[in-house]
Design a protein around this ligand. Structure first.
Ligand code: ZN
Length: 135
């Protein structure tokens, strides 16, 4: 058993299980529409562009730019109280989709628009979380 005491994703959710399988393998996956090829995040049951149900999962480059961020000074859950202050970024992937994620270190205003890359953090044997670091 791991000593990791923070909330973890539900690995049995069929909508997101492929994403977490990917992070365990050090890959960042997003859904791709089998009909029109649109890449989407967050995962959903159908394509927001052409409404085709279903999807396939495809790896993306795990890099992009910091589109925006927020700095947390109050923990939203007690498990995070020792982490404040921390920054959560909105990352625009090179392939287009935008994804939220915890940043490594605190962001500064001038970091918006800078390159970032994913860091894979295996917090338990089953769960690898993704953080983002300035490149
Ligand atoms: Zn589509």
């Amino acid at each position: 058993m791991s000593n990791y005491a923070k909330p973890l994703p539900d690995l049995t959710d069929p909508l997101t299980a492929p994403f977490w399988q990917g992070t365990r393998e050090g890959k960042l996956l997003v859904q791709k529409c089998g009909q029109c090829g649109y890449l989407r995040w967050p995962p959903g049951p159908c394509c927001p562009q052409c409404l085709t149900p279903g999807s396939e999962w495809t790896p993306v480059s795990a890099a992009g730019v910091l589109y925006s961020y927020a700095e947390y000074h109050r923990a939203l859950a007690p498990a995070f109280k020792d982490d404040v202050p921390y920054s959560v970024g909105l990352i625009e992937l090179d392939e287009g989709p935008r994804m939220y994620g915890t940043l490594v270190g605190l962001a500064r205003t001038e970091d918006v628009g800078r390159r970032v890359h994913a860091v894979f953090d295996p917090v338990t044997p089953e769960v690898t979380l993704v953080k983002w670091e300035l490149s």
